[in-house]
Design a protein around this ligand. Structure first.
Ligand code: GAL
Length: 536
């Protein structure tokens, strides 16, 4: 399990700790049994898929984890130990991990934060009583020290029906993993929504949505949701957009979008299909070295939206070096019409001419200039590396900021499972009236409910004006601080919920990275769309 680290800092300053020589691990890459095989798994199937990873060249491309999902158990014995389904796994689970390791791969395990796993709900009662609840330490010791597994996905079906407090139960599980002798367990929380910023402290990755399946609307929902969770990925902790459904029936255009969006957001890349039965073009998409490099980039960050036209979104992130000359760009047409979009090089963070390398064609585009035009078919995407001279970023979207009290547990979860949260937490809302399609609301009212842009860059430092785009139907206050120093308290009133106005604050920014915080511990703040930063 990687080190806990709430603050997404922008410099990777500590000494390298990982085999790779990096400060932190990139998102995991591998295969998982769930999406194709569901509970119909066995030792032969798992080892057969491990062999296919090698045969298809996927392991050489970086796909190393072979993750066993739900369906290997057969209840819990009187001695308290999980019973293995011996028809499917006659040699037990250690033998499977040993076979995977013998192939130079890594092995992944599955359980639940509560008493039952999800398959107990609607398949066969394989999963009754086999969850971690009440057995956290013994189960972890068995899976990681005795059997030697390297990855752990922990679901929450059993936790949900017991109405467990997610934060405390998943934290207890993280502590049980940390108590094992095996110190290389990669921990994934599967809570189907962004659970809260606490998850960054305890997990290497966390699911952000309900299950993916071969359905365009589902894919689109996952992509759009992750566009505004970008502040929570960083320092070896990643939003997990769920398994890849590549090779399972999407069109080639949709698979391009699927792979490109997972990679620009630094999501784990875990293939969900039957590797012995997939189209050749899907294998090529999965092995695309330029996209894999985008996903596994040493900065390990996610990409906010910087330009939007209708349902076509331009996402961009730094690669290799913060504020360096190379950036990764994905332009995704999530709409139903072919779109012609002129990508503005300044919106990508560059001054003047740029070099544009096409990550699908593996060649440079001829265009060089202040903009370039793309025709993109519905559901399709383009992916590029762009290099050039950088501009200071001027627009910072509110939905791309770090919201300390952000959680989706009480909003987008199953209707039937709404917790009565008394404490307000921020909301990200979609609206055509806001710049990149989203704005944030419900901030303030208690000390922890603040918003922070942690990546405000100034090349030389100096005097700037921050323009905050806000809306509120009555007078509300917000404190603005820069690098921990209070600079102003603004009293704002735009007259309506979605009537956007700008409020200016003069500040001094330091050379390099700055943090701008908006807070009001006593009362609700206005809604915010974005902040524009201008040098005086
Ligand atoms: C779901 C989870 C899936 C899979 C399944 C197993 O809750 O989101 O990815 O693990 O449970 O039953």
């Amino acid at each position: 399990m990687a080190l806990a680290f709430t603050a997404i800092s922008l410099c990777a300053c500590s000494a390298p700790k990982k085999e790779s020589g990096r400060d932190f691990d990139p998102p995991i890459m591998g295969w998982s049994s769930w999406n194709h095989f569901h509970t119909e798994i066995s030792e032969d199937i798992i080892v057969g898929q491990a062999d296919a990873l090698i045969r298809l060249g996927l392991s050489d491309a970086g796909y190393k984890y072979v993750n066993i999902d739900d369906g290997f158990t057969d209840g819990r014995g009187e001695d308290g130990r999980i019973r293995i389904d011996t028809v499917k796994f006659p040699n037990g689970m250690k033998a499977v991990a040993d076979s995977i390791h013998a192939r130079g791969l890594k092995a992944g395990m599955y359980s639940d934060a509560g008493d039952n796993t999800c398959a107990s709900l609607n398949v066969k009662p394989y999963g009754l009583g086999v969850g971690l609840y009440g057995h956290e330490y013994e189960d972890c010791k068995m899976m990681f020290d005795e059997w030697g597994y390297d990855f752990f996905k922990v679901d929450n079906c059993g936790g949900r029906h017991l109405d467990l407090d997610e934060k405390s139960q998943f934290t207890k599980i993280a502590e049980a993993i940390a108590a094992c002798d095996n110190k290389n367990v990669n921990f994934n929380v599967c809570r189907w929504v962004f659970p809260g910023t606490w998850v960054i402290d305890i997990a290497d990755s966390w699911r952000t949505t309900h299950d993916i399946w071969v359905n365009w609307e589902t894919l689109k929902t996952i992509i759009k949701e992750n566009m505004y969770l970008v502040a929570y990925t960083g320092n070896g902790h990643y939003n997990d957009m769920d398994m890849l459904e590549i090779g399972m029936g999407f069109t080639p255009a949709e698979e391009r979008t699927h792979m490109a969006c997972w990679c620009i957001q630094s999501s784990p890349l875990v293939v969900g299909c039957d590797l012995n039965n997939m189209p050749d073009y899907s294998i090529e998409f999965l092995k695309n070295p330029d996209l894999i490099a985008m996903d596994q980039d040493r900065l390990g960050i996610a990409a906010p939206v910087v330009q939007k036209e209708g349902e076509t979104y331009v996402m961009v992130k730094d690669m290799e070096q913060f504020n360096g000359p190379k950036r990764a760009v994905v332009v995704a047409n999530l709409g139903e019409e072919t779109t012609s979009i002129t990508v503005d090089v300044a919106a990508l963070g560059f001054k003047g001419n740029v070099k544009v390398y096409d990550c699908f064609k593996h060649e440079f585009r001829p265009e060089l200039g202040e903009s370039f035009t793309l025709e993109i078919a519905p559901h399709d995407s383009e992916a590029f590396y762009v290099t050039g001279k950088r501009l200071e970023q001027s627009v910072y979207q509110a939905e791309a900021a770090f919201m300390n009290a952000y959680t989706e547990i009480n909003e987008q979860d199953y209707e039937s499972y709404r917790r009565p949260y008394e404490i307000p937490s921020p909301r990200v809302r979609e609206s055509a009236s806001s710049e990149m399609g989203y704005y944030v609301t419900e901030l303030g009212g208690w000390a922890e409910n603040w918003l922070e842009w942690r990546n405000v860059y100034s090349e030389k430092g100096g005097k700037y004006v921050l323009s905050l785009r806000y809306a509120c139907p009555e007078s509300r206050n917000v404190s603005v601080s820069v690098n921990g120093q209070d600079v102003s308290v603004l009293s704002l009133n735009s007259g309506d919920e979605l009537e956007w106005k700008d409020a200016n604050v003069s500040v001094k920014l330091s050379k390099g990275w700055n943090t701008v915080r908006l807070s009001n511990p006593m009362e609700k703040m206005p809604s915010f769309d974005c902040m524009t930063v201008k040098k005086m």
